[in-house]
Design a protein around this ligand. Sequence first.
Ligand SMILES: [Fe+2]
Length: 367
Amino acid sequence: MRLVKTTTVRPGTRLGKAIYNDNGKVLVNKGVSLEERILKRLNELNITYIYIDDKQTEGIEFKDPISPQLRQEAVTTIKTTLKSVIDEPISSKSFVLEKSVKQYQNIIRNIISELDSNSELMSILSDVCIHDNYIFTHSLNVTLYSLAVGMELNLKPAQLETVGLGSILHDIGKVTVPKEILLKPGRLTDQEFDVIKTHTTEGFDILRNSYSVPLLVAHCAFQHHERLDGSGYPRGIKGQEIHDFAKLIAVSDVFDAVTSNRVYRSAMLPHEGLELLYAGVERQYELNVVKAFHKAVAIYPVGITVELNDGRKGVVVKQNAALSDRPIVRILEENGEQVEPYELNLEEKLSFVIIGCDTTFKEHQNK
Ligand SMILES: [Fe+2]
């Protein structure tokens, strides 16, 4: 299968990976012929990229970082808790959350153990899913990224659990933000943005009043929008005033936000998201966190078409765990000419460099 931009797909192409919604329900099945009507709908839903099936990329499969069962359990837990917290008056929100803390801790432990036994780099393509409600999937994705980065930084098990809990609950304060503002497509007014900003302080209050939530977890929610140079919110604290875990969650949060499709803009590809993080190093994000992120996360996900510095073009087959930007590539073209496919391991062939990605659908792909 191959990752292509939805707008470029020709009708009649077969879908290479099922499209799910947040509840794990299949919306379009693998193998389905993408008729014009379906393509139109996918574009309306703002699905920026999809996987298609083609002969040249047979056998290339994208593996999710955690099992579908665990993903669904996590998303359902987040959804159920947030919904029950939303309905409570402000004074009882912490009490209601209290009941789910054990469940969250269990999920975090299960995620850590699944990630531990999986040597693959972290690769989430959230833009190929349909999100009924972005906040649930976003909380889980941020958790997966933060844990992968935490492992890369050699955090101790107890620290990883705190980072995990801080990540999965980082946006809980959004339950106090009115839906019209939270889900508003397009630009927010200054007043609306001021309301959004309160999710940090509200989240802090909900979490610090829950007895079984460690105080540090509450601070993760409080500080995840603070930036090194003091340009963040809610307090504009700087550098060492920001806790290391909040700095880590900030990076995962931004990366997932820019690589996910939202109503008002298309998703960036992982290498573009990473460039954005590097552009903010020192001013916004800590260098060692961005470097760890670079190492732990797949920069060129399986199925993406990459161009090499000598004119070769191919599709990523597999990641190299130690070198996130040097995967194994199935070469399909040399200087614009199709060739008999062969594999090139960029970990061994150091003179080759990926210079770009191509996600436009080509006519010959479907033959
Ligand atoms: Fe946030």
